[in-house]
Design a protein around this ligand. Structure first.
Ligand SMILES: Nc1ncnc2c1ncn2[C@@H]1O[C@H](COP(=O)(O)OP(=O)(O)OP(=O)(O)O)[C@@H](O)[C@H]1O
Ligand SMILES: [Mg+2]
Length: 382
């Protein structure tokens, strides 16, 4: 099948006030052969779709201000990437400090954000500087803000209003100069209506809301991103150039990507690792992406035609199982607890299967590489 793509690469936004440079590719051949921009000193944001261009223009307008920004979008749509780009463009001298409000229990989160004094609670053997202070002069990225407890919402409101923090167990007020970027994949307005999120905080946070479209809503971006990621992976692996066939690219572009760009990125990484030659073709794609009428795309309960020549039962079942597991891991960014929940499996069962199938080697190794301050919360997150 011959697909036709009209793609535009947006160079990583490189300086404030400078419009992202646009290059148009009209032919699949051009798409295949032209070099996509590398991830620059700011996180690379690749897109050709008009809705993302509006996002870029908002980013450029607000970056140099101290305005609080709320980034909204489904999981894997690039919320953190946007936060990092905002920080890079802001010219603020401090660092960007990410905090995942959904992965950390309330008591720990409070002391993570605001710090604590020695003896403030059992186990506080030394005083600790909070992330707001670490981000002084820079940006704090409050991810999954919709998960924040009511008590911490009050404390956060205070920071937004007065620009001061109070460490746990202290009466000291410490002034901080921190730009706040928050993100959520929840509908915060609904959370407000349901009484789970403070209305005053909601309005304070969403001074400038940036809504990221899902990948399926970004015309032309799937093929563009797939090509970009493949080229990047080939380079990382020290391999010669890797390419998709036009048919494979068409299948990728036609898939819905519920896990958005992260899911696409993880799949391309896996395809690059596993590819033997320089060309990735349709049969190399997982069956759920190919969209074939085959066993792996069918629901387990669905009836399918047994091929006339029969099939190898164990192999087919094994590959079906592997596909399901990888899909769940892609979608949850290898959070095994969440993946196990998606599959209705015990976490230990899933872990055993991952081990037995040797899937761990496909896990992305550099997920935390770029994050300057992120303690190991794996015990909590997993
Ligand atoms: N437009 C883009 N161009 C290139 N890479 C992108 C783009 N958007 C997202 N990515 C990549 O996709 C991955 C997921 O992005 P990110 O972590 O920012 O998403 P997210 O919205 O924060 O997801 P979640 O809600 O699950 O935390 C990252 O590796 C990021 O670098
Ligand atoms: Mg995120």
């Amino acid at each position: 099948m011959q697909g036709s793509f009209s793609c535009t690469a947006v160079s990583p936004v490189s300086s404030y006030g400078q419009a992202p440079s646009l290059t148009t590719f009209d032919e699949p051949s051009a798409l295949q052969s032209r070099r996509m921009p590398r991830q620059g000193s700011f996180s690379g944001i690749i897109s050709q779709c008009p809705r993302m261009k509006s996002v870029f223009s908002v980013l450029e307008k607000v970056a140099r201000t101290d305005t609080t920004v709320l980034v909204l979008g489904e999981s894997g749509t690039g919320k953190e990437l946007i936060a990092r780009a905002l920080h890079s463009l802001s010219g603020r001298k401090g660092k960007i400090v990410p905090v995942n409000c959904g992965a950390i229990p309330e008591e720990i989160l409070e002391s993570e954000l605001f710090g604590h004094e020695k003896g403030a609670f059992t186990g506080a053997t030394a005083s600790k500087v909070g992330r707001f202070q670490l981000a002084d002069g820079g940006t704090i990225f409050l991810d999954e803000i919709g998960e924040m407890s009511p008590k911490l919402q009050v404390k956060l409101l205070r920071v937004l209003q007065d620009h001061i923090i109070e460490p746990v167990g202290s009466t000291r007020s410490i002034p901080v100069n921190v730009r706040i970027v928050a993100a959520t994949n929840k509908d915060l307005r609904k959370e407000v209506e349901a009484g789970r999120f403070r209305e005053d905080l909601f309005y304070r946070l969403q001074v400038v809301p940036i809504e990221l479209p899902a990948l399926r809503e970004r015309d032309g971006d799937t093929a563009l991103l797939a090509h970009y990621f493949l080229e990047r992976e080939a380079e990382k692996l020290g391999r010669g150039p890797l390419r998709f066939t036009t048919d494979a690219l068409t299948r990728l572009a036609g898939f819905e990507w519920p896990g958005n760009i992260r899911e696409l990125e993880n799949l391309v990484r896996r395809l690059a690792v596993l590819s033997d030659g320089g060309l990735i073709d349709t049969p190399d794609l997982p069956e759920y992406v190919r969209g074939d009428e085959s066993i792996a795309t069918a629901q387990a309960t669905e009836i399918f035609e047994l091929p006339a020549g029969g099939l190898n039962f164990n192999e087919v079942v094994d590959s079906f199982e592997t596909n399901l597991i990888l899909k769940a891991l892609d979608r949850t960014d290898w959070n095994k607890k969440a993946a196990a929940q998606l599959l209705n499996l015990n976490r230990t069962t899933l872990v055993e299967k991952i081990k037995k199938k040797g899937l761990e080697k496909l896990r992305k190794e550099d997920s935390l590489r770029d994050e300057p301050v992120r303690p190991d919360f794996s015990a909590i997150a997993e």
